[in-house]
Design a protein around this ligand. Structure first.
Ligand SMILES: Nc1ncnc2c1ncn2[C@@H]1O[C@H](COP(=O)(O)OP(=O)(O)OP(=O)(O)O)[C@@H](O)[C@H]1O
Length: 252
């Protein structure tokens, strides 16, 4: 597992972001995040902490009022989503992330509208990573299960060969088995060299698979460390992971 110790330059560097949806109301209150090349970063924290808002601020979907975001040293603060996709950032929203009336393959095609000439080559490599999607390429996305839709959404974001993939609660609404599959798939994508920044409400599982994680609380950084450090930190367990779950795990 790659665990960065801070050597080298971060690929994504979000510094002291203030951001919000409504005038005068900030949801992010100066939170920061760094992702080094090849890292799998988790963002966890209580409901309403601003986790999804942070991801949306990175992808230009929520206005950043103060602070900055850089990608490979270039300022990308408040760039529009299409510019970010061209710059190498992929985003998978939590819901409404497929076109239900289109087939799997048409959904994937939509992911490459900025670079259509590479379609055959990209489809081949995506079907290698997601063989099930290849086998069912002509099926409409609307008829797929939640987990399968999540795969299509991830695969579509990967069509543009992003350097960074932003995932908003990929395991939300899935059964425990499907959640596990989603986490394994996310790790697999990360192993291909894609830096992943993932918001997760399944904090324990997220800490198990990520290199480093950020705990957000009220739009601020609360704790940061490797997945293991945070999973073992008594304060993080008490405040964010739940003591009962920890006791059960320790007793088993
Ligand atoms: N489109 C929006 N317009 C106005 N306020 C919003 C909008 N989306 C989210 N918020 C508010 O921003 C705050 C943070 O929401 P966010 O979704 O970022 O939290 P979160 O940490 O991802 O929580 P959860 O785990 O519950 O999804 C909440 O108070 C929420 O009501």
């Amino acid at each position: 597992m790659v665990v960065y110790t801070g050597d080298g330059a971060p690929l994504v560097d979000a510094r002291e972001l203030t951001a919000g949806y409504l005038p005068g109301i900030n949801i992010l209150n100066g939170c920061s995040l760094e992702a080094y090349p090849g890292e799998l970063i988790g963002i966890i924290g209580p409901n309403g902490a601003g986790k999804s808002t942070l991801l949306k601020a990175l992808f230009g979907l929520v206005p950043v009022r103060a602070g900055s975001v850089t990608l490979g040293g270039e300022d990308i603060t408040n760039l529009k989503a299409n510019k970010l996709v061209q710059a190498g950032v992929g985003f998978v929203p939590q819901t409404n992330n497929v076109f239900p009336s289109l087939t799997i393959e048409e959904n994937l095609q939509m992911g490459l509208f900025l670079r259509p000439k590479k379609l055959a080559e990209r489809l081949e490599s995506i079907y290698e990573l997601f063989p099930v999607l290849g086998n069912r390429r002509n099926q409409r996305a609307g008829g797929l299960s939640g987990g399968e839709r999540q795969s299509v959404a991830m695969a579509r974001a990967l069509m543009m060969e992003p350097q960074v993939l932003l995932l908003d609660e990929p395991s939300a609404g899935l059964s425990p088995v499907r959640q596990d599959e989603t986490f394994i798939r996310t790790r697999k994508i990360n192993k291909t060299g894609v830096t992943v920044i993932m918001v997760e409400q399944n904090a324990r599982r997220c800490l198990q698979i990520c290199d480093r994680a950020y705990v957000l609380d009220q739009g601020r950084n609360s704790y940061t460390g490797t997945g293991r450090e945070l999973a073992d930190d008594p304060k993080v367990i008490e405040l964010y992971l739940g003591t009962l779950a920890a006791d059960v795990e320790a007793a088993s």
